[in-house]
Design a protein around this ligand. Structure first.
Ligand SMILES: [Mg+2]
Length: 382
């Protein structure tokens, strides 16, 4: 295929749902990559960390566009490797790897569309038509709003939910959910890289009675594999890690440290090929695979992850936004029923992207820091 043009699109899709979250505006940072070939348009997405969207755009616009625009692409993986070799001195992690991931996604979408196939057919074909998903909830500092969100999760067909509660409220939140809903819904708990080993152990001892599906990123820093190994050795609570890993080698280390569930993010690990390598690795070590996706109402990475999950049934469950995705942008998505969604049946990603819908989500440039911990206030804060 001939890549005529790569462009970036920035949006602010706020997190709006029936229950009021603390993270309405903070989650409104979306960066899409549009790949126009001489025949079709492909879409990719980069998950922006830290709200610094211009840093990601800069990598794409100042380097990747210049390398790819006008090129004839026979093999997407060859192009992605060329990008890696052009960017490795910037570090194949964080912003550089995420930028490559978004471009790789757009190239795969275009490549599959030119072949009039869904991406799942380009990687061996769909082995299943329904994909297990879990609802990821944003943060609610009000227990009442949290309980409304849990009720909505159940009503919307989810059987497993993941919480991002303020750490100081997490145990109380879980207790209240169990009190009201019993075992009607499974619970995973995301700590977003919070504790040292001693405090992590204490948390696991306290949460164990509520039988969480997993506890996610319990330790700071998230890439301290030795501490992770100490924590997993002394608990039977499943530990999940991986959204802040960028390489197959990093995933090997977290698996060797005793992680039960790995969470690669296709918008971060450097492209589809590496995502598939990580799945193969997890399969050989017999650990569960629960791909990570941002909490935001953005469905491009979600759709491509569903395509992979259809072709690779080793994927246990895919993260799914609790609030609905904006239907003026994304069409072709199904609703969850009994904790599963239908594989979208279109070509490429399987869903359709309506660019006219972008007008309703104009990007608002402002400082957005997604703060995870309520346990330590920044110095000088009230
Ligand atoms: Mg997480």
């Amino acid at each position: 295929m001939k890549v005529e043009k790569l462009t970036t699109k920035q949006l602010s899709i706020p997190y709006i749902d029936e229950s009021k979250s603390d993270w309405t505006d903070q989650l409104g940072v979306q960066l899409y990559i549009k790949c126009d070939t001489d025949k079709v348009t492909g879409w990719g997405e980069t998950l922006v960390g830290g709200g610094v969207v211009n840093s990601y755009r800069s990598v794409i616009e100042n380097l990747i566009m210049k390398l790819i625009s006008g090129e004839t692409v026979q093999d997407v993986n060859v192009v992605t490797e060329k990008l890696e070799k052009s960017l490795f001195t910037a570090g194949l992690c964080g912003i550089a790897n995420s930028a490559i991931s978004g471009v790789d996604m757009a190239l795969w979408d275009a490549h599959a569309k030119e072949n009039a196939k869904p991406i799942s057919d380009m990687i061996g074909g769909a082995k299943r038509g329904r994909i297990p998903v879990h609802a990821t909830l944003p943060r609610y500092s009000s227990i009442d709003q949290l309980l409304i969100a849990v009720r909505n999760s159940i009503n919307r067909g989810f059987t497993l939910i993941k919480l991002h509660q303020p750490p100081g409220m997490t145990i109380d939140s879980v207790r209240e959910i169990r009190k009201k809903f019993g075992k009607e819904v499974g619970l995973a708990i995301d700590l977003n890289a919070l504790y040292d080993v001693a405090r992590g152990r204490e948390f696991l001892r306290n949460i164990r009675r509520y039988e969480p599906e997993w506890v996610e990123e319990p330790l700071w820093p998230p890439n301290d594999y030795d501490s992770l190994g100490l924590l997993t050795k002394n608990t039977d609570v499943p530990i999940a890690v991986g959204e802040n890993e960028y390489s197959v080698y990093g995933f090997k280390r977290i698996i060797e440290a005793g992680t039960s569930v790995i969470q690669p993010d296709i918008s971060r690990v450097g492209g589809l090929r590496h995502f598939l390598e990580i799945i193969e690795l997890a399969k050989s070590f017999k650990v569960n695979i629960a791909p990570h996706l941002g909490i935001h109402r953005s469905a491009i990475s979600f759709a491509v992850t569903l395509q992979v999950a259809a072709a690779r049934p080793e994927i246990t469950t895919v993260e799914h936004c609790l609030a609905t995705y904006p239907s003026d942008i994304f069409t072709g998505l199904g609703k969850a029923v009994n904790g599963e969604v239908d594989l979208p049946r279109g070509d490429g990603l399987g869903i359709q992207i309506n660019e006219n819908g972008f007008k309703g989500y104009k990007y608002h440039d402002r400082f957005r820091l997604l703060e995870f911990s309520d346990l330590q206030k920044p110095r000088g804060a009230a």
